[in-house]
Write a protein that binds this ligand. Structure first.
Ligand SMILES: [Zn+2]
Length: 285
């Protein structure tokens, strides 16, 4: 499958112990507000600020080390939700930035929102209530009173393209826009492996059995903290019975009769586009 993972921060290296905040001009800053980031609009749109946000008049709630781009340390800084922005800057959701800034920055924006979220939601120990302390030797926090350690939350989720001769299985979920179909997907549950999760989700959402489950790629999906793991599989038996709760309808669709599908950028769309081009196995039923 040809999929370019846009939210994979491959260009970033994490150096530990992480550096204390480096004063300008030695560092770059990604400014986070709510679930989005601040974009400097000219000369070219960028989310990387070459000075501390405070020097542009922005009050910083919290900051986190993200990693290094080459020899340049990069930090995320959060500003209050209602804060006005300097004239040359605008607020944007992360997804909306796709295509307007380099992919490397898009991935950084997703990471910055996630790591600021980690800092925001782990201020106190979940075991004893003490204030948590940031570690500088790994991306984690530890409670000074009881030793409880917190890492950024990562939620693995599977997505699967199921083939049946010249058709593909698509489902319409309850929360999707009207008419929008996508592939079977769902979170991995504690205690199960990925292939089990694939079989279970397909059975739960559509009632069919599948075979030939094979790995097709993965992508961080920071909305808010998923890791999408993609698979391709073949139909093995059973009639379609949508579960009626999560999935309101499900069916087989041919290439020349596809319903409304998810927008570009998503791994679901990449899988569908790949299948439309060349996804049928000669031996598939
Ligand atoms: Zn504690």
């Amino acid at each position: 499958m040809k999929h370019i993972p846009r939210f994979s921060t491959d260009s970033l290296s994490r150096n530990y112990p992480e550096p204390e905040e480096v004063p300008a001009p030695g560092a770059r800053w990604v400014v986070v507000r709510d679930m989005g980031v601040v974009v400097t609009t000219s000369p070219a749109p960028t989310i990387l600020l070459d000075r501390h946000p405070a020097s542009s008049g922005m009050a910083v709630n919290r900051s986190q080390y993200l990693g290094h781009l080459g020899s340049t340390p990069v930090y995320a800084a959060e500003i209050p939700g209602a804060a006005p922005l300097p004239g040359s800057m605008v607020y944007s959701g992360v997804r909306e930035l796709s295509g307007t800034i380099p992919d490397e920055e898009l991935a950084l924006a997703g990471l910055a929102v996630q790591i600021i979220g980690f800092d925001r939601t782990t201020r106190f120990c979940g075991v004893c209530g003490e204030g948590m302390r940031q570690l500088r030797t790994e991306r984690a926090k530890r409670c000074p009173a009881c030793g409880h350690t917190e890492y950024p939350r990562l939620s693995p989720a599977i997505i699967v393209l199921v083939r049946n001769a010249d058709s593909v299985l698509m489902v319409q979920s309850k929360q999707a826009p009207a008419g929008r179909h996508s592939l079977v997907a769902g979170f991995v549950e504690p205690g199960e492996d990925l292939v089990h999760a694939v079989h279970r989700e397909v059975m739960e959402e559509t009632g069919i059995r599948i075979t030939n489950v094979s790995y097709a790629g993965s992508e961080p999906w920071p909305f808010p903290n998923s890791l999408m793991i993609a698979f391709v599989a073949d139909y093995d038996g059973g009639g379609i019975e949508p579960d009626g709760t999560e999935v309101v309808s499900a069916g087989w669709f041919r290439r020349d009769n596809l319903p409304s599908v998810p927008p570009k950028l998503s791994i679901a769309r990449s899988l569908i586009d790949w299948w439309v081009e060349n996804g049928t196995r000669p031996d598939s039923r």
